[in-house]
Write a protein that binds this ligand. Structure first.
Ligand code: GLU
Length: 470
């Protein structure tokens, strides 16, 4: 499919900087980005910050960091709605002038009383403003909001590319607020004005916005503006099918950075969630883009499963070049404020990656496996193994180190030396190996002993063996 020159595809991601970038938001951003890429279009980033009371600066940088980490690059400058209030007010003035909107002076208390009365009568609690037909009475110094005059009858139909036709009766919709009493634009107004101004052709967002879309259509109609195409994607649920919450584990992108998930793994998994594209965990992003189609978006909520995410991550880590993995590990340590690796440690980690990466599903695990390089002594023996460090065993390791001192440091020689040493001392090889692990790294959850010994080098191994128990 090709694009006509006149309607270049333009999508956008429009987060409110009130909380961290959560998985649902990340997937929305990803789908919009992929869609724009597929059609050689543009992907814009718009910060919906008109509500100053809910602004959170940390959340804003987490959104930028999260998107960059996922590799979602936006085109042009970031759009901040807080800079565009003039634009929104001009649109409201036009609607007021044309009698399509009105100033409403009803206070919150008056509205509550009105709604409570209806509630008691068992009627719907739709608020009908007494100011709807009194727009001529402009009260200069009093607070007001501006509301859109929603038609009293008729229906609104949204032709949604995922959900199909969705219909609302106008009589069920309030006269929605366009401008708050502090003069700032509401989400619905600002979204419509910006989507129109920036020529957004396709709006892909969570299906929790469907009702907003009905309201937004009313604004488009009042302004005689062309609507973009809408695709409302089902939300992401937890593994138990319930709405995703902290209960299900991490919900924000930055917690996955902290946990050491590789960004490409999260991208792949988010694309599998809710997209009917098969389960090839290692598909390259270019193929994902090539195959992306709105009609492949699944209508039911996707279930997030962190075990699956870790599986994908493990597969990707195994396939990734060592240089890239080292960079990822360095980023992971920095993000978690873990002391950086020295140059020597970096070199050792790089040499170890072939055997570390087959044992790790994420960078947290990779870091754990690389601990034998990072620790300088084995003073921290995990409790499970402390009882192994008897005087006899410590002496055993020390005399083994004497044997190892004189050999050429290659796997075969190390192996032979340990084997004959075990035999001579009536030790099972596996018990000897366990003891060696403890002497090297303090735990038995580690890479193979020969792998560790080769990477550390003879003198470091001997140093660790001889300082055992000191
Ligand atoms: N600010 C809205 C949100 O964060 C954006 C909705 C939209 O894409 O229009 O959910």
């Amino acid at each position: 499919m090709t694009n006509s020159i006149k309607t270049r595809t333009i999508t956008r991601f429009a987060p409110s900087p009130t909380g961290y970038l959560h998985l649902g938001g990340a997937r929305t951003a990803l789908f919009n980005w992929i869609f724009a890429k597929k059609f050689n279009g543009k992907f814009l980033l718009r910060i919906e910050d008109t509500d100053k009371s809910r602004l959170n600066k940390d959340a804003l940088s987490a959104i930028f960091d999260g998107l960059k980490w996922l590799g979602i690059n936006w085109d042009d400058d970031v759009i901040y709605q807080s800079n565009r209030n003039k634009e929104y007010r001009a649109v409201v003035e036009k609607l007021l002038k044309e009698g399509k909107a009105y100033r409403c002076y009803s206070t919150k208390e008056e509205i509550d009383i009105y709604k409570n009365k209806l509630l008691k009568l068992g009627k719907t609690t739709k608020f009908v403003s007494p100011w709807r037909e009194k727009s001529a009475e402009y009260k200069k110094n009093e607070f007001y909001v501006v509301r859109l005059k929603v038609p009293e009858t008729g229906r609104i139909i949204i032709k949604d590319c995922v959900q199909g036709d969705v219909t609302w009766n106008c009589k069920d919709l309030d006269d929605l607020i366009l401008l708050r009493s502090d003069g700032s634009a509401t989400y619905n107004l600002a979204a419509v004005v910006d989507d129109n101004y920036f020529n957004i052709t396709d709006v892909i967002r969570g299906d929790d916005h469907l009702t907003n879309t009905a309201r937004q259509k009313l604004i488009y109609c009042a302004l005689n503006w062309k609507l973009p195409k809408f695709s409302h994607i089902p939300l992401i649920h937890g593994f138990d099918g319930k709405k995703m919450s902290k209960r299900h584990g991490a919900v924000s992108v930055n917690s996955y950075i902290e946990e050491g998930i590789k960004s490409s793994a999260l991208v792949r998994y988010l694309c599998q969630l809710g997209l009917d594209t098969g389960n090839d965990d290692l598909r390259h992003i270019n193929n994902i883009i090539k195959d992306f189609e709105i009609k492949k978006i699944v209508k039911s909520p996707a279930r997030f499963d962190s075990i699956k995410l870790n599986d994908i991550c493990g597969k990707i880590i195994r396939k990734t070049e060592d240089k890239e993995l080292l960079e990822d590990l360095i980023y992971f340590l920095d993000y978690n404020k873990i002391p950086a690796l020295t140059i020597k440690q970096q070199m050792n980690v790089k040499d170890s990656l072939p055997f570390l990466k087959i044992r790790s599903k994420n960078f947290q695990e990779l870091y754990e496996q690389a601990k034998f390089i990072i620790i300088s002594d084995v003073s921290k023996i995990s409790d499970e193994y402390k009882n192994l460090l008897t005087d006899y065993n410590i002496e055993l390791i020390k005399s083994l180190s004497k044997q190892l001192k004189n050999i050429k440091w290659i796997k075969e020689n190390i192996n032979n030396t340990i084997k004959s040493f075990a035999l001579k001392n009536n030790k099972e090889f596996k018990d000897m190996a366990k003891l060696i692990r403890i002497a090297i790294v303090g735990t038995s959850n580690s890479p193979g002993i020969y792998d560790m010994m080769i990477v550390l080098g003879k003198s470091e191994v001997i140093r660790r063996f001889t300082s055992l128990g000191i």
